[in-house]
Write a protein that binds this ligand. Structure first.
Ligand code: ADE
Length: 256
């Protein structure tokens, strides 16, 4: 069971992704609990101000630190009363460390996680420096706010929690868990518009199927993401397979 706290100015953005498909089932089964809080509820002035002009000038507005500190402290105090301490406070921002399956695995070990979604052109630096314990970016591009990034991170983390997926085996072979891209998958019909399913998959020979899949993973990773291959844990035989690929003519050709 993981408890996710999300601090945002746009709680309504989370209604879709968290109330459909596998995620919703996980909520219903009690594998995950999501608590979405409006940062605006932690302001005290008449206009519920959450942003202000940047010191030093420049375009855009900056999120004020006070409501964010108050919101995080409110959650932490509630948890503290239940004896729960040292909860990670994760700020989503394009300046954070890059999110990967490895980071998702790391976060999935915690029972409680607090996410702060920034808006506007920036967040007062004291939030990153003195409130957040971690800062995560989902990629080298800029979104209008941290909400979509929080959804991505929470989705990837929650599906790693035991009990989330029907079969734990589905985690073992998929892209990025193994350090390689996943092999191609097929279902019926065996021939669709003249495109046949590779024969080996219909053979019933499990050893041959396993070997074909591993080779396809290696081939696909070599063609599309050679950066991943360099880091992957390969058997000597697999390294030789890759070396043979690299000397063959078609390896430089990008897959369609
Ligand atoms: N907020 C804006 N852009 C972002 C990104 N790339 N990752 C995480 N949070 C963000």
């Amino acid at each position: 069971m993981v408890n996710i706290y999300i601090l945002t100015l746009f709680p309504q953005m989370f209604e879709g992704p968290f109330s459909a498909g596998l995620f919703q089932k996980a909520v219903e089964r009690g594998v995950v609990k999501v608590d979405i809080r409006n940062i605006r509820d932690y302001t005290h002035d008449k206009h519920h101000t959450t942003d202000d002009y940047p010191y030093g000038g420049g375009a855009g507005m900056v999120m004020k630190p006070e409501p964010l500190f108050e919101a995080v402290e409110a959650v932490k105090n509630e948890l503290s009363q239940q004896g729960i301490e040292n909860v990670p406070v994760i700020l989503l921002s394009p300046q954070g460390r890059l999110f990967t399956e490895q980071v998702a695995l790391e976060l999935s070990k915690h029972t409680h996680l607090i996410f702060i979604c920034g808006q506007y052109e920036g967040i007062d630096e004291r939030v990153s420096e003195y409130l957040a314990t971690d800062e995560i970016s989902i990629g080298d591009y800029v979104l209008t706010g941290g909400e979509l990034a929080a959804m991505v991170v929470v989705n990837a983390v929650v599906r790693l929690i035991p009990g989330f997926l029907g079969s734990p085996d589905s985690l073992l072979s998929e892209s990025h868990t193994t350090g390689l891209l996943e092999y191609p998958q097929y279902t019926r019909p065996p021939v669709f518009r003249d495109w046949a399913v590779p024969e080996v998959l219909l053979s019933g020979n499990h050893a041959q199927i396993a070997q074909w899949r591993r080779e396809q993973s290696l081939l696909r990773t070599a063609k599309r993401r050679s950066d991943l291959l360099a880091k992957a844990n390969l058997y000597p035989e697999e390294k030789r397979f890759i070396q043979r690929l690299e000397t063959s003519v078609d390896i430089g050709v990008k897959e369609q």
